[in-house]
Design a protein around this ligand. Structure first.
Ligand code: PBG
Length: 326
Protein backbone atom coordinates (compact mmCIF):
# COMPACT_ATOMS: atom_id res chain seq x y z
CA UNK A 1 0.00 0.00 0.00
CA UNK A 2 2.61 2.58 1.10
CA UNK A 3 4.88 1.75 -1.85
CA UNK A 4 2.31 3.02 -4.33
CA UNK A 5 1.50 6.27 -2.50
CA UNK A 6 2.98 9.39 -4.04
CA UNK A 7 3.93 12.14 -1.61
CA UNK A 8 6.74 14.50 -0.64
CA UNK A 9 8.92 13.77 2.40
CA UNK A 10 9.22 17.22 4.03
CA UNK A 11 10.41 15.64 7.24
CA UNK A 12 13.76 14.83 5.59
CA UNK A 13 14.87 18.40 6.25
CA UNK A 14 13.79 18.26 9.90
CA UNK A 15 15.50 15.04 10.86
CA UNK A 16 18.13 16.44 13.23
CA UNK A 17 19.12 19.69 14.88
CA UNK A 18 22.07 20.04 12.51
CA UNK A 19 19.78 19.53 9.52
CA UNK A 20 17.29 22.08 10.86
CA UNK A 21 20.08 24.57 11.52
CA UNK A 22 21.28 24.06 7.95
CA UNK A 23 17.98 24.89 6.30
CA UNK A 24 16.75 27.62 8.68
CA UNK A 25 15.53 30.61 6.68
CA UNK A 26 15.34 33.35 9.29
CA UNK A 27 17.03 34.11 12.55
CA UNK A 28 17.37 36.84 15.11
CA UNK A 29 20.86 38.30 15.46
CA UNK A 30 22.30 40.47 18.19
CA UNK A 31 22.86 43.20 15.63
CA UNK A 32 19.11 43.39 15.02
CA UNK A 33 18.27 44.44 18.56
CA UNK A 34 17.42 47.92 19.82
CA UNK A 35 16.90 48.25 23.58
CA UNK A 36 14.45 50.87 24.95
CA UNK A 37 15.55 52.86 28.01
CA UNK A 38 13.48 55.11 30.28
CA UNK A 39 15.54 57.89 31.83
CA UNK A 40 14.39 59.90 34.86
CA UNK A 41 15.58 62.92 36.81
CA UNK A 42 17.18 62.41 40.21
CA UNK A 43 19.98 60.29 41.62
CA UNK A 44 20.12 56.60 42.49
CA UNK A 45 16.71 56.08 40.95
CA UNK A 46 16.08 52.57 39.65
CA UNK A 47 12.31 52.06 39.63
CA UNK A 48 10.96 48.84 38.25
CA UNK A 49 7.88 49.52 36.12
CA UNK A 50 5.09 47.56 37.85
CA UNK A 51 3.45 46.38 34.64
CA UNK A 52 6.81 45.56 33.00
CA UNK A 53 8.87 43.25 35.23
CA UNK A 54 12.59 43.61 34.47
CA UNK A 55 12.19 47.10 32.94
CA UNK A 56 13.38 50.09 34.97
CA UNK A 57 13.26 53.86 34.95
CA UNK A 58 16.89 54.85 35.46
CA UNK A 59 18.52 58.07 36.61
CA UNK A 60 21.60 59.34 34.80
CA UNK A 61 24.06 57.95 37.35
CA UNK A 62 23.04 54.40 36.37
CA UNK A 63 23.63 54.89 32.66
CA UNK A 64 27.35 54.13 32.62
CA UNK A 65 26.78 50.73 34.25
CA UNK A 66 23.80 50.09 32.01
CA UNK A 67 25.89 50.76 28.90
CA UNK A 68 28.65 48.48 30.15
CA UNK A 69 26.10 45.70 30.65
CA UNK A 70 24.58 46.19 27.20
CA UNK A 71 27.96 46.32 25.50
CA UNK A 72 29.10 43.17 27.29
CA UNK A 73 26.00 41.49 25.85
CA UNK A 74 26.77 42.80 22.38
CA UNK A 75 23.82 45.19 22.14
CA UNK A 76 24.79 48.19 20.04
CA UNK A 77 21.76 50.47 20.01
CA UNK A 78 19.35 51.99 22.51
CA UNK A 79 16.23 54.10 22.06
CA UNK A 80 15.66 56.73 24.74
CA UNK A 81 12.45 57.87 26.40
CA UNK A 82 12.48 60.68 28.95
CA UNK A 83 10.45 61.00 32.13
CA UNK A 84 10.77 64.65 33.24
CA UNK A 85 10.02 66.08 36.70
CA UNK A 86 7.89 68.84 35.31
CA UNK A 87 5.43 69.02 32.48
CA UNK A 88 3.65 71.92 30.80
CA UNK A 89 1.13 72.64 28.03
CA UNK A 90 3.78 72.79 25.30
CA UNK A 91 6.04 69.98 26.46
CA UNK A 92 8.97 72.38 26.88
CA UNK A 93 11.03 69.69 28.62
CA UNK A 94 11.29 67.85 25.30
CA UNK A 95 13.37 70.53 23.60
CA UNK A 96 15.42 72.35 26.25
CA UNK A 97 19.16 71.82 26.39
CA UNK A 98 18.94 70.60 29.99
CA UNK A 99 16.05 68.23 29.25
CA UNK A 100 16.29 64.72 30.66
CA UNK A 101 16.76 63.12 27.23
CA UNK A 102 19.42 65.64 26.18
CA UNK A 103 21.33 65.02 29.42
CA UNK A 104 21.03 61.25 28.98
CA UNK A 105 22.31 61.44 25.40
CA UNK A 106 25.38 63.39 26.54
CA UNK A 107 26.00 60.99 29.41
CA UNK A 108 25.78 57.90 27.18
CA UNK A 109 27.94 59.44 24.45
CA UNK A 110 30.48 60.38 27.12
CA UNK A 111 30.61 56.95 28.79
CA UNK A 112 29.99 54.69 25.79
CA UNK A 113 30.70 56.61 22.58
CA UNK A 114 30.19 53.58 20.30
CA UNK A 115 26.67 52.95 21.56
CA UNK A 116 24.18 54.09 18.91
CA UNK A 117 21.76 56.44 20.59
CA UNK A 118 18.32 56.71 19.03
CA UNK A 119 16.19 59.54 20.41
CA UNK A 120 12.44 58.98 20.45
CA UNK A 121 11.11 62.34 19.34
CA UNK A 122 7.70 63.05 20.82
CA UNK A 123 6.05 65.45 23.24
CA UNK A 124 3.61 63.20 25.13
CA UNK A 125 5.98 62.45 28.01
CA UNK A 126 6.52 66.19 28.49
CA UNK A 127 3.05 67.68 28.08
CA UNK A 128 0.71 68.17 31.06
CA UNK A 129 -2.21 66.84 28.97
CA UNK A 130 -0.26 63.81 27.75
CA UNK A 131 -0.96 64.36 24.04
CA UNK A 132 1.78 64.28 21.42
CA UNK A 133 1.51 67.93 20.35
CA UNK A 134 -0.07 71.33 20.97
CA UNK A 135 -3.74 71.27 21.91
CA UNK A 136 -6.32 73.53 20.23
CA UNK A 137 -10.01 72.91 20.87
CA UNK A 138 -9.36 69.54 22.50
CA UNK A 139 -7.42 68.22 19.50
CA UNK A 140 -3.75 68.18 18.56
CA UNK A 141 -2.92 70.96 16.10
CA UNK A 142 -0.77 69.47 13.37
CA UNK A 143 1.38 72.30 12.02
CA UNK A 144 2.09 74.04 15.33
CA UNK A 145 3.12 70.67 16.75
CA UNK A 146 5.55 70.19 13.87
CA UNK A 147 7.50 73.25 14.93
CA UNK A 148 7.97 71.90 18.44
CA UNK A 149 8.82 68.48 17.14
CA UNK A 150 11.50 69.90 14.84
CA UNK A 151 12.90 71.86 17.80
CA UNK A 152 12.97 68.66 19.86
CA UNK A 153 14.79 66.73 17.13
CA UNK A 154 17.32 69.51 16.73
CA UNK A 155 18.08 69.70 20.44
CA UNK A 156 18.51 65.91 20.52
CA UNK A 157 20.90 66.07 17.56
CA UNK A 158 22.87 68.86 19.26
CA UNK A 159 23.14 66.71 22.38
CA UNK A 160 24.72 63.98 20.24
CA UNK A 161 21.90 61.63 19.20
CA UNK A 162 22.91 59.33 16.32
CA UNK A 163 19.39 58.73 14.99
CA UNK A 164 16.16 60.74 15.34
CA UNK A 165 12.99 58.66 15.75
CA UNK A 166 9.85 60.82 15.53
CA UNK A 167 6.80 59.05 16.98
CA UNK A 168 4.03 61.61 17.28
CA UNK A 169 2.21 60.81 14.01
CA UNK A 170 1.69 64.40 12.89
CA UNK A 171 1.51 64.73 9.10
CA UNK A 172 4.76 66.07 7.67
CA UNK A 173 6.96 65.28 10.66
CA UNK A 174 9.71 63.74 8.58
CA UNK A 175 9.78 66.75 6.22
CA UNK A 176 9.85 69.23 9.11
CA UNK A 177 12.58 67.38 10.99
CA UNK A 178 14.70 66.73 7.88
CA UNK A 179 14.64 70.41 7.02
CA UNK A 180 15.52 71.49 10.58
CA UNK A 181 18.39 69.01 10.78
CA UNK A 182 19.76 69.93 7.36
CA UNK A 183 19.62 73.66 8.00
CA UNK A 184 21.56 73.18 11.23
CA UNK A 185 24.24 71.10 9.52
CA UNK A 186 23.05 67.67 10.68
CA UNK A 187 22.72 66.32 7.14
CA UNK A 188 24.10 62.94 8.10
CA UNK A 189 21.77 62.16 10.98
CA UNK A 190 19.23 59.57 9.82
CA UNK A 191 15.51 59.64 10.60
CA UNK A 192 13.94 56.42 11.84
CA UNK A 193 10.29 57.25 11.33
CA UNK A 194 7.45 55.69 13.28
CA UNK A 195 5.79 55.76 9.89
CA UNK A 196 3.14 53.15 10.63
CA UNK A 197 1.91 53.54 14.18
CA UNK A 198 -1.48 52.26 15.19
CA UNK A 199 -3.68 53.58 18.02
CA UNK A 200 -3.12 50.48 20.10
CA UNK A 201 -4.15 49.13 23.48
CA UNK A 202 -0.76 47.40 23.50
CA UNK A 203 0.89 50.69 24.60
CA UNK A 204 -0.75 50.59 28.05
CA UNK A 205 2.28 49.55 30.12
CA UNK A 206 4.54 52.04 28.30
CA UNK A 207 2.29 54.85 29.41
CA UNK A 208 2.95 53.74 33.02
CA UNK A 209 6.68 53.56 32.36
CA UNK A 210 6.84 56.96 30.66
CA UNK A 211 3.93 58.54 32.55
CA UNK A 212 2.48 59.62 29.21
CA UNK A 213 -1.18 58.60 29.20
CA UNK A 214 -3.43 61.24 27.59
CA UNK A 215 -5.36 63.13 30.28
CA UNK A 216 -8.46 63.38 28.08
CA UNK A 217 -9.61 61.62 24.94
CA UNK A 218 -7.35 59.25 23.04
CA UNK A 219 -4.81 59.32 20.21
CA UNK A 220 -7.18 58.19 17.47
CA UNK A 221 -7.08 61.46 15.50
CA UNK A 222 -3.36 60.98 14.89
CA UNK A 223 -2.46 57.31 15.36
CA UNK A 224 -3.84 54.82 12.85
CA UNK A 225 -6.97 52.68 12.98
CA UNK A 226 -5.97 49.02 13.59
CA UNK A 227 -8.51 48.00 10.95
CA UNK A 228 -6.54 49.57 8.11
CA UNK A 229 -3.92 48.11 5.83
CA UNK A 230 -3.71 50.35 2.75
CA UNK A 231 -3.39 53.36 5.01
CA UNK A 232 -0.11 51.91 6.29
CA UNK A 233 1.30 52.03 2.78
CA UNK A 234 0.17 55.63 2.33
CA UNK A 235 1.86 56.59 5.60
CA UNK A 236 5.07 54.78 4.70
CA UNK A 237 5.09 56.26 1.20
CA UNK A 238 4.83 59.85 2.35
CA UNK A 239 7.54 59.32 4.96
CA UNK A 240 9.86 57.85 2.32
CA UNK A 241 9.17 60.82 0.04
CA UNK A 242 9.89 63.20 2.91
CA UNK A 243 13.25 61.57 3.53
CA UNK A 244 12.85 58.80 6.11
CA UNK A 245 15.85 56.47 6.33
CA UNK A 246 14.17 53.70 8.34
CA UNK A 247 10.47 52.77 8.63
CA UNK A 248 9.01 51.55 11.92
CA UNK A 249 5.88 49.42 12.12
CA UNK A 250 4.29 49.48 15.55
CA UNK A 251 3.06 47.37 17.32
CA UNK A 252 4.66 44.25 15.88
CA UNK A 253 3.00 41.03 17.00
CA UNK A 254 -0.53 41.65 15.77
CA UNK A 255 0.72 43.60 12.74
CA UNK A 256 3.05 41.18 10.98
CA UNK A 257 0.95 41.41 7.82
CA UNK A 258 1.73 45.12 7.80
CA UNK A 259 5.44 44.47 8.33
CA UNK A 260 5.34 42.21 5.28
CA UNK A 261 3.39 44.73 3.18
CA UNK A 262 5.82 47.52 4.03
CA UNK A 263 8.81 45.22 3.41
CA UNK A 264 7.47 44.30 -0.04
CA UNK A 265 6.81 47.87 -1.04
CA UNK A 266 9.84 49.79 0.24
CA UNK A 267 13.55 49.16 0.22
CA UNK A 268 14.48 51.00 3.42
CA UNK A 269 15.42 49.09 6.59
CA UNK A 270 12.20 48.02 8.33
CA UNK A 271 11.96 48.13 12.11
CA UNK A 272 9.36 46.16 14.07
CA UNK A 273 8.51 47.65 17.47
CA UNK A 274 7.70 44.83 19.89
CA UNK A 275 5.78 47.12 22.26
CA UNK A 276 5.21 47.21 26.00
CA UNK A 277 1.90 45.33 26.11
CA UNK A 278 3.38 42.53 24.03
CA UNK A 279 6.19 42.30 26.56
CA UNK A 280 3.92 42.40 29.60
CA UNK A 281 1.61 39.68 28.33
CA UNK A 282 4.51 37.30 27.85
CA UNK A 283 5.99 38.18 31.26
CA UNK A 284 2.67 37.66 33.03
CA UNK A 285 2.09 34.31 31.39
CA UNK A 286 5.69 33.25 32.12
CA UNK A 287 5.39 34.25 35.77
CA UNK A 288 2.36 32.03 36.02
CA UNK A 289 4.27 29.15 34.50
CA UNK A 290 1.83 29.02 31.62
CA UNK A 291 4.35 29.31 28.77
CA UNK A 292 8.03 28.74 28.12
CA UNK A 293 9.27 32.34 28.03
CA UNK A 294 12.51 31.73 26.20
CA UNK A 295 11.00 29.62 23.44
CA UNK A 296 8.04 31.92 23.06
CA UNK A 297 10.10 35.10 22.85
CA UNK A 298 12.48 33.60 20.29
CA UNK A 299 9.52 32.33 18.29
CA UNK A 300 7.80 35.67 18.12
CA UNK A 301 10.95 37.66 17.34
CA UNK A 302 11.85 35.16 14.62
CA UNK A 303 8.33 35.64 13.25
CA UNK A 304 9.03 39.38 13.02
CA UNK A 305 12.17 38.65 11.00
CA UNK A 306 10.23 36.22 8.81
CA UNK A 307 7.60 38.91 8.21
CA UNK A 308 10.39 41.10 6.86
CA UNK A 309 11.71 43.16 9.76
CA UNK A 310 15.41 43.98 9.63
CA UNK A 311 15.55 45.38 13.15
CA UNK A 312 13.51 44.84 16.29
CA UNK A 313 12.97 47.29 19.13
CA UNK A 314 12.31 45.05 22.13
CA UNK A 315 12.35 45.10 25.93
CA UNK A 316 13.57 41.50 25.65
CA UNK A 317 16.87 42.56 24.03
CA UNK A 318 19.06 41.67 27.00
CA UNK A 319 17.47 38.22 27.44
CA UNK A 320 17.73 37.51 23.73
CA UNK A 321 21.40 38.53 23.63
CA UNK A 322 22.09 36.18 26.55
CA UNK A 323 20.22 33.30 24.97
CA UNK A 324 21.98 33.81 21.64
CA UNK A 325 25.34 33.65 23.39
CA UNK A 326 24.57 30.31 25.07
C1 PBG B 1 5.42 58.11 22.28
C2 PBG B 1 5.56 56.63 22.23
C3 PBG B 1 4.70 55.62 22.71
C4 PBG B 1 5.37 54.42 22.52
C5 PBG B 1 6.58 54.71 21.92
N1 PBG B 1 6.67 56.07 21.73
C6 PBG B 1 3.41 55.71 23.40
C7 PBG B 1 2.20 56.15 22.73
O1 PBG B 1 2.17 56.47 21.54
O2 PBG B 1 1.22 56.23 23.46
C8 PBG B 1 4.86 53.06 22.93
C9 PBG B 1 5.90 52.03 23.11
C10 PBG B 1 5.50 50.81 23.82
O3 PBG B 1 4.30 50.57 24.12
O4 PBG B 1 6.39 50.01 24.12
N2 PBG B 1 4.43 58.66 21.53
Amino acid sequence: MTETLQFKRHRRLRSSKAMRDLVRENQVNKDDLIYPLFVVEGEHVKNEVPSMPGVFQLSLDYLAAEMAELQALGIKAVILFGVPNEKDELGTGAFVDQGIVQKAIREIKDKAPEMLVIADTCLCEFTSHGHCGVIHHEDVANDESLELLAKTALSQAKAGADIIAPSNMMDGFVAAIRRALDEAGFKNIPIMSYAVKYASAFYGPFRDAADSAPQFGDRKTYQMDPANRLEALREAESDMEEGADFLIVKPAMSYLDIVRDVRNQFNAPIVAYNVSGEYSMVKAAAQNGWINERELVMEKLTAMKRAGADLIITYFSKDVAKWLAE
